[in-house]
Design a protein around this ligand. Structure first.
Ligand code: ZN
Ligand code: ZN
Length: 450
C-alpha cells in the first residue's frame, strides 16, 4: 500500500539565521583564542567581567545612541511578562560601563581595567564575517583620560592578534575631538553634505539630520566620491585634543605599532570621543594595492578580499553621563571580532587548556576489558594523563589503526589476559616495543615516558 504524501512540508530544524553551532575544531579555536587573549590581558593588568546577555533596552538607546544603525535596526528586543523591555546585548561597552557605575567602581583605584568575552547580537544581513550572533573579546579601561590608556589597549589587542598568528596587522586611527571642538566639525560636515545632497544615498540624506558622523560610515557606492573630500576631523581639534592625539601616536611609534591616520574613520556610535581606531588584518598586499586597501578600510565591516576589520574601538568619555551618572568617566575600549579572527589569514589555533594533547591511546579487547576500561581511564585521569580511546571499537587492528592515524606515540592495551593479571601492555607505536605494567604502577610508569 502506498503511503499518502503529507501535505505539511517538514523542515529539518535549523539554527536561526546568522547564528551557528560551535563544535569540534571550531569550538577549540574560539576557546583557545579566548584563553590566550585573557592570559595576555591579565599580564597587562586587566581583570575579567561577565555582564548579562540581556540588558534594559534603555541602556543601549541612551548609551549607544538613537540614530545609530545598531539602535534603529539591529537590536533583538523582547518584552518580559512583567512588561519590561530587554535587549540582547549588541555590544559590550555600555554594559561594562553600567556595571562600573552600578558597583561604585568609581571609588576604586583608577583606572579600572576589564576584559570580557561572549556573544553579541545584531540583526544584520548575514554575510561572510558578519553574523547575527557574533563572539567578541573586549577590553575597557575606565576612569582615565590619559593617552597611555589608549596605547595600552591597542597594544594588548595587537599582542592577542599577533599571538593568534595574524599577519600584516595595521591600525587605522583618527581623532574625532571632544565637546569643545566637535561641534564646529559637525557643522562643517553637515554644510558640506548639504551642498552635495543630490549626490548621496537616501540613508545619508537622513543621517545629515539625525547623526552626521554616521555619514562617513556609509558603504553605499553612490556616496564614496562625496566622502573623499569631506572636512577632516583632525584639523578641527582643539589644543587639548590635538595634544592627546599626538601623544597616542607617539606611544604607538615607541611600541612599534604600524598605524595610518584615517580621516574618514569615525565609528558611528554616539559615545565615541577623541581616539577612534580599527585594526585591520590584511592579506599580503602588493604595493599598488595599498592605497585601495586604505580606502576600503574606511568602512566598518568586511573589506572583501583586501582585509578584515578584526578589532574596533575608541574613547568614550561621555558615555557614563549619558547613562545617568553624575560625573563623566573618561574611558577607552575595544572589541575584537573573534569570528573574523578565526577566518583571518595566518590564524593559528591555540589549543585550549582543557585539551591535553593525547600521548596515549587506550585499547581494550573483549567484554571483560571493556568493563575494566573505565577504571583504567580513571587511574590515568588522576595521574593527569589524557588518553584517546574508542570504546565502541572491538578489534585490535581497528584501534591500532586509529592510534597510528592520529600519530599518538603510545598505546595502552588491555586484553582478557591483562584483566586477569591486573596489568596492561604499554606499546611504543614507533618502534613497536612493548612492556607489561601492573595497573597500580601505570601512572608512575607513564609519567616517566612523558
Ligand atoms: Zn550614503
Ligand atoms: Zn577638543
Amino acid at each position: 500500500m502506498e503511503k499518502k504524501k503529507s501535505t505539511i512540508k517538514k523542515v529539518a530544524p535549523q539554527a536561526p539565521k546568522g547564528m551557528r553551532d560551535l563544535m569540534g575544531e571550531d569550538f577549540y579555536n574560539y576557546l583557545g583564542f579566548f584563553e590566550k587573549s585573557a592570559e595576555i590581558a591579565e599580564y597587562y593588568g586587566f581583570k575579567p567581567i561577565e555582564t548579562p546577555i540581556l540588558e534594559d533596552t534603555d541602556l543601549f538607546t541612551s548609551g549607544v545612541g538613537e540614530g545609530t544603525d545598531i539602535v534603529e535596526k539591529e537590536m533583538f528586543s523582547l518584552k518580559t511578562k512583567g512588561g519590561d523591555s530587554l535587549t540582547l546585548r549588541p555590544e559590550g561597552t555600555a554594559p561594562v560601563m553600567r556595571a562600573y557605575i552600578e558597583h561604585g567602581m568609581q571609588s576604586m583605584p583608577q583606572p579600572v581595567m576589564l576584559y570580557y568575552y561572549g556573544p553579541m547580537f545584531r540583526h544584520e544581513k548575514p554575510q561572510r564575517g558578519r553574523l547575527r550572533e557574533m563572539r567578541q573579546f573586549g577590553l575597557e579601561i575606565l576612569g582615565t583620560e590619559k593617552s597611555i590608556a589608549d596605547a595600552i589597549i591597542i597594544k594588548t589587542a595587537m599582542t592577542a592578534l599577533e599571538e593568534a598568528g595574524l599577519k600584516n596587522l595595521s591600525v587605522q586611527i583618527n581623532s574625532i575631538g571632544d565637546k569643545s571642538c566637535r561641534g564646529a566639525y559637525k557643522r562643517d560636515l553637515v554644510s558640506y553634505y548639504k551642498k552635495h545632497i543630490n549626490e548621496v544615498c537616501k540613508d545619508c540624506k537622513q543621517r545629515i539630520k539625525t547623526n552626521p558622523l554616521r555619514l562617513l560610515d556609509c558603504k553605499d557606492p553612490k556616496c564614496q566620491a562625496t566622502k573623499e573630500k569631506v572636512p577632516q576631523a583632525v584639523s578641527y581639534l582643539c589644543d587639548p585634543c590635538k595634544q592627546h592625539f599626538k601623544e597616542v601616536l607617539e606611544y604607538l611609534e615607541i611600541l612599534g605599532i604600524e598605524y595610518t591616520i584615517n580621516n574618514n574613520l569615525v565609528r558611528g556610535l554616539d559615545y565615541y570621543t577623541r581616539t577612534v581606531f580599527e585594526i585591520i588584518s590584511k592579506p599580503e598586499a602588493r604595493k599598488d594595492e595599498e592605497k585601495k586597501t586604505m580606502e576600503e578600510n574606511t568602512e566598518e565591516g568586511e573589506v572583501k578580499e583586501i582585509g578584515l576589520t578584526v578589532c574596533g574601538g575608541g574613547r568614550y568619555d561621555y558615555l557614563a553621563k549619558s547613562l545617568g551618572n553624575k560625573k563623566d568617566v573618561p574611558a577607552v575600549g575595544l572589541a575584537i571580532g573573534v569570528d573574523r579572527v578565526t577566518m583571518s589569514k595566518g590564524f593559528e589555533s591555540t589549543m585550549p587548556r582543557i585539551i591535553k594533547k593525547p600521548k596515549f591511546y587506550f585499547i581494550q579487547l573483549g567484554f571483560s576489558a571493556k568493563l575494566k576500561s573505565l577504571s583504567i581511564i580513571e587511574v590515568l585521569r588522576k595521574a593527569k594523563i589524557g588518553v584517546m580511546h574508542s570504546l565502541s571499537k572491538d578489534s585490535l587492528s581497528a584501534q591500532l589503526a586509529i592510534a597510528e592515524k592520529m600519530k599518538i606515540p603510545y598505546a595502552i592495551i588491555l586484553g582478557q589476559r591483562e584483566v586477569m593479571d591486573g596489568t596492561v601492555i604499554v606499546r611504543n607505536m614507533d618502534n613497536r616495543s612493548q612492556e607489561e605494567i601492573k595497573v597500580e604502577k601505570l601512572g608512575d610508569y607513564i609519567k616517566k615516558l612523558k
